[in-house]
Design a protein around this ligand. Sequence first.
Ligand code: GTP
Ligand code: MG
Length: 706
Amino acid sequence: MNVCRTTGLTVEQQERWPFLYSHLSSEIEIPSLNDMDEQFIIEMDKEISRILKHVGDGKAKSRESLTRHLKGLLQRRFQRNAKVEAFGSSVTGLSLGTGDLDLCLSFKKEQPKKVLRKVAGLLREEGMMDIQQIPRAKIPIVKFNDSRSGLDVDISIENRLAIHNSKMLKGYAQDKRVREFILMIKYWASRRGINTAYEGTLSSYAWTLMSIQHLQMTNPPVAPNRQSGNKPNLVEINGESYDISNDSSPFESENKQSLASLLITFFDRFATRWDWNEMVVSIRNGGPLNAEKKRWTHTGPLPLEVVTGQSKNRMEHVMPIEDPFDHEHDLSRIVKAEGAMTIQEEFMRALHLLSEGKSWKEICTPVMEIDEEPEDFFHDLRTQNIDLLRQSLDEMKTEVTQVEEHIQSLVTERQNSKELLDLLRGTLQETRNVKSNRQSILAELRPLSMKVQELRQTRDGINDRIAIPTKRIRQEMVRMFDSLTAEVDVFNTQNLGKEKGDFSYFFELQAMYKASIESNEAHQEFIRLRREQNKEYKALKKTNSKEEDVLNRLIEKNPELKGINLHPKTVKEFQQNANKLQKSINIQYSKKHELRREIGRIEAWIRIAASKGKQRPKRDSKPRTARRQAPAVNINEVRERASTGGSFSLNELDALLSKGGISGIESKEKASTSNQSDRRKAGRKKSTYRVDPRQGRKRGKKQSRK
Ligand code: GTP
Ligand code: MG
């Protein structure tokens, strides 16, 4: 394999991180940004103002209405126990318009059980897309996409600290220059693919904190430290206490640097001057904390060692960034080795391009194709033939009916399956008592049978050896005893041999007598135990018929139980079947929602086209750069007009759709394009270009192979 002997990077990796590679292999000098041309900075500022005109939360209204909608839904579902609050960029004013909607679901009383699952179920019924549950994270989250607005949404549970830190970030962002600076860093990070925490780079939140840190460290500071010198304000969250005190009063900075100049110093600082081994980003400190003192020094291998396969160990505190309220939370704990490499590559790249006088636009060239937002709901319908659209509308309507029928049959099947399942569970419960009775009888019977067997063997063993009955043995013993103890007839004495024989016969009779008694006793015990055994058998038989009675009674009442094997395994099988059916129902529901949304959209377009008296109202496939300010819409008036078949403008339709639907156009479903959801999916595709910043430091070089 073609591997660099200095860095250990393969050719593919060298191509992936070219600036970083050149730097690590000492081929190029680190450029200095100290003496940037003044004209260049002026041009860059102009460019930034142009970009700033286009970024911002264009979807603020959608965010608001979606938040309201979800709030209502969740409160209905959890009987007003739920509290839904937005946090993140939709409240901080730091949205580029491309970010997600962050919502926190908390509970006034007790948190319901299996809350994530319940929320996910609710969202599914609402036709939300790509629903994912992340239950094992520190803060459990449900992620999904609202295809109507195209918004990605995170609903996190009891994430109250985030609400507080968002409020503080809003305080920082009230200053125009601070807000615009953060927006530009987020813009750069987002377009360069290094703000995706789940892919191992840093979150937008982490980039925001780094931006604030930079602005706190300029001389004089552009941003204040909002957490210093306040009276502590402690809140308790999940048993932990946090000081959330912060000052939100306006801050007048004496620093007059322009945005471009601040951006240049940002790259200069974090690409080369920031030693991640020793410094922790800490906005509550107003400047870096000492990593060693905080016990956050980097442990484990360097990212370079991981990507070159020299180590597989875990890295800790790879680029430590402290959460302003939760001081134990290092925002870089999700950064992976590849992510760290790519972030550093991006820092090095920005440094080089700036030093070469390249534009901010070029520095922020997207690493993956960015799908520009279509300018309206109908962008793909404008060029289509109305008759063909009508035809596909009919087909879709038929399909909806079919899907609805399918859902109905699945729901009925699941309902039956669930009822049977409950019945089975009840039946098993009812027969459980009888069964446990039988178990205890069997438990007693087992040793009894063994004892009976033992006694039988003892008795039969003795009887095999001694065929004579006990009575006979005793008579014989008496006779022999008399004979042996009779007076001796001196004239007729026995010879010695006969006398010996009589004695041994007597002793033998004695032994036989003892054994025979033993056999009799064994026999008596055997008889007694057999009687007991018989009693138990009878009881056992009774339980069998009792169980049969219970079952017959149940089957009589519920004929559907006939032929079903009443066993816990069967219950499991029924449960699995019910779950499978539920999954199919969910899939069909999503399909139905998508179809109905699309029907609503096409119907609306046909109506507009008809009302304007032309089939193809407008053909402007090129996105407009700036939309004209839309006139205010009286939604009730438009709704009434729509329901009576009157015409309305695109702007009115947009408002109508975003207010929940068009009465009179059948469906109250939210209009949106399926293309939007596809687009979101495409947008979520993993970037092939990834990121990280630890290699710039000397340690990376020292570790390199010669
Ligand atoms: P965009 O969604 O890209 O517009 O950025 P954002 O400002 O909303 O940031 P992000 O979505 O990354 O984070 C949202 C909020 O989550 C932040 O403002 C914090 O309040 C909170 N938060 C707290 N800890 C974390 C964390 O470790 N990661 C992330 N991503 N967010 C956190
Ligand atoms: Mg966000």
